[in-house]
Design a protein around this ligand. Structure first.
Ligand SMILES: [Zn+2]
Length: 347
């Protein structure tokens, strides 16, 4: 199994952003650069084949999924406000709520960030665009690898994550939707793609991107949005719209869900995927389903992670694993490796 990884993601590190008004969950301390380092070290120690830098597929695969003004905003907003100061940050404070009105867009970088954000989870630092760009390239590189090799599994060790980012909306630490960009690139090569999201949180961005499409199936297993972020999406009655109707399936689960109930939901999701008859699968993999994760609430242990991987392996399809969340540094590496053991058929 080849792993794709962009080491310079560490220059985008929200760990330095102090948010004293949010002490309990400390969300801004969660999506820290160290996550990527911890996972990389664990994958290396488990001797899982080469760890390679992503290739550069350019902005085209990103632009095929995301709003072009949002992309150019991410490229330029920081420099427009802070020039070469390395220590600044942009945080949106005002959001478009409800109807989008006449579609007017503000002129200022911070106003536009509010236009293109649904929460305060995407602060823009000096190197955020570079990190998000290469995180997307990491996913596209892994997708390209399973198309052009005999390998069954490729691992995109992405950071920042992507599954909360919609075509024209950022949030939840996600600037660009890595899994969706990779899926769309596979569709462009004639693939029929199923995306299975096993992060603790609903993949609302991925759902939104493919909600009207029948060429990509989206299934997500996640915490019940009645109780958990992202709150407004991820309910069991969201099935898709128009041509996409019946190509979107959500499996919300209660807080405290353990291995057995999780695996039951996974079997239902895999049954949907088999009916779709895909030619390749993309897994939005969040290790935040692990027991005691600071932003999680499920109780999946190492054996559960391995079984989840093994069930996905039973599909027998080319599979791209795209890293999403996972925040408990003490168990993060072990849980990721357990999952990779399962999906690669290692005991
Ligand atoms: Zn998550």
């Amino acid at each position: 199994m080849d792993t794709f990884y962009y080491p310079e993601h560490i220059r985008h590190d929200p760990a330095g952003l102090h948010r004293p008004e949010n002490p309990e969950k400390n969300l801004y301390y969660s999506e820290i650069a160290q996550r990527g380092l911890v996972i990389r070290q664990a994958v290396e120690a488990a001797h899982y084949g080469p760890i390679r830098p992503p290739a550069d597929f350019g902005v085209e695969p990103i632009g095929a999924v995301h709003d072009h003004r949002m992309i150019s905003l991410l490229q330029t907003a920081y420099h427009d406000v802070h020039q070469d100061n390395p220590d600044g940050v942009l945080i949106p404070t005002t959001f478009r709520v409800g109807q989008r009105g006449g579609g007017h867009k503000p002129n200022t970088p911070v106003g536009l960030l509010g236009y293109y954000s649904f929460d305060i989870g995407c602060p823009v630092f000096k190197d955020s665009w570079e990190a998000a760009y290469w995180s997307a390239q990491t996913a596209v590189s892994a997708a390209d690898h399973i198309v052009n090799s005999n390998d069954q599994v490729a691992y995109a060790l992405c950071r920042p994550p992507g599954h909360h980012a919609a075509a024209d909306m950022m949030g939840g630490f996600c600037y660009l939707n890595n899994a969706a960009i990779a899926a769309n690139a596979l569709v462009d090569q004639g693939h029929r793609v199923a995306i299975l999201d096993v992060d603790f949180h609903h993949g609302n961005g991925t759902q939104a991107i493919f909600y009207n499409r029948s060429d990509v199936l989206f299934c997500s297993i996640h915490a019940d949005p009645l109780e958990e972020y992202p709150y407004f999406w991820g309910y069991a009655d969201e099935f898709g719209r128009g041509a996409g109707e019946h190509y979107n399936f959500n499996f919300p689960l209660p807080m405290g869900t353990g291995n057995a109930a999780y695996l039951e939901a996974l079997k239902q999701a895999l049954a949907r995927i088999k009916l779709f008859v895909p030619t390749s699968v993309i897994i939005s993999f969040g290790a935040d389903i692990g027991d005691c994760d600071p932003v999680g609430g499920f109780k999946i242990d190492s054996d559960g992670f391995r079984q989840i991987g093994a069930e996905i392996r039973s599909l027998g399809l080319p599979t791209v694993v795209v890293q999403e969340g996972g925040y408990l540094l003490s168990t993060l590496g072990g849980h990721v490796v357990s999952f990779l053991d399962g999906i690669n058929g290692r005991n």
